[in-house]
Design a binder for this molecule. Structure first.
Ligand SMILES: Cc1cc2nc3c(=O)[nH]c(=O)nc-3n(C[C@H](O)[C@H](O)[C@H](O)COP(=O)(O)O)c2cc1C
Length: 190
């Protein structure tokens, strides 16, 4: 073998080793390694409790964040929104969204909602109904005011029957701790 060829091969080996070391270091910087899956974190939040959990998930996974917004914003006044939420639940309303989003390019979609009348809020129902979740993974999370997740996750599965809905992350109002969110994500089987 001539000298030039040996030097070229050695050079190539050095470059490949450097790339390998770079990848290992880059992976170590990710807090939870998700096997290069494409991640979307979609959430609706009226008083920012669910938004705070969504942002923690984004910090941990590095996924894209999408806020689900109704075309007609809900009133800020608590009793007024409670009444509208009740009417929507009783009449099975799917409120129009400002933007339906697009889950097509994602493998895992974290979906967050406040619990409204024992299930997900109306805008989250619309988001799921207006997107195609066939073959996708839904990792659901919710915040509640003391009643727990109620039917939130089972209702999500009903709206997206061909998606795999994982174990959810449920927290009271704004009590979610980053460590607990991290533990939940690490325990998910994808
Ligand atoms: C319309 C409406 C209905 C609610 N229904 C429930 C419920 O059924 N169970 C419960 O535990 N909390 C209920 N809550 C409380 C919210 O789930 C809780 O405050 C949640 O953390 C709000 O999240 P957000 O700040 O992201 O909007 C309700 C709140 C509203 C506004």
């Amino acid at each position: 073998m001539n000298k030039k060829l040996i030097i070229s091969i050695l050079g190539l080996v050095v470059i490949l080793c450097s790339l390998g070391i770079y990848k290992v270091l880059a992976d170590q910087n990710k807090e939870v390694y998700m096997d290069d899956k494409k991640i979307l974190i979609a959430y609706f939040s009226h008083s920012d409790n669910t938004k705070a959990v969504a942002e923690k998930i984004q910090d941990i996974t590095g996924g894209d964040l999408f806020e689900i917004k109704p075309q007609k914003p809900y009133p800020r006044e608590y009793n007024a929104v409670v009444e509208i939420g009740k009417q929507e639940k009783e009449n099975n309303v799917f409120p129009e969204l400002a933007d339906n989003g697009n889950v097509e390019n994602y493998d895992i979609v974290f979906i967050g909602t406040p619990v409204w009348w024992y299930t997900m809020a109306g805008p989250v129902k619309t988001f799921i109904a207006n997107n195609n979740f066939d073959g996708k993974i839904i990792a659901p999370f919710c915040t509640h005011g003391g009643g727990g997740a109620s039917a939130t996750y089972t209702d999500m599965q009903k709206l997206a029957p061909n998606a795999t809905v994982t174990e959810g992350f449920t927290s009271y109002e704004h009590s979610a701790k980053t460590e607990d969110v991290k533990k939940w994500i690490s325990g998910l089987k994808f």
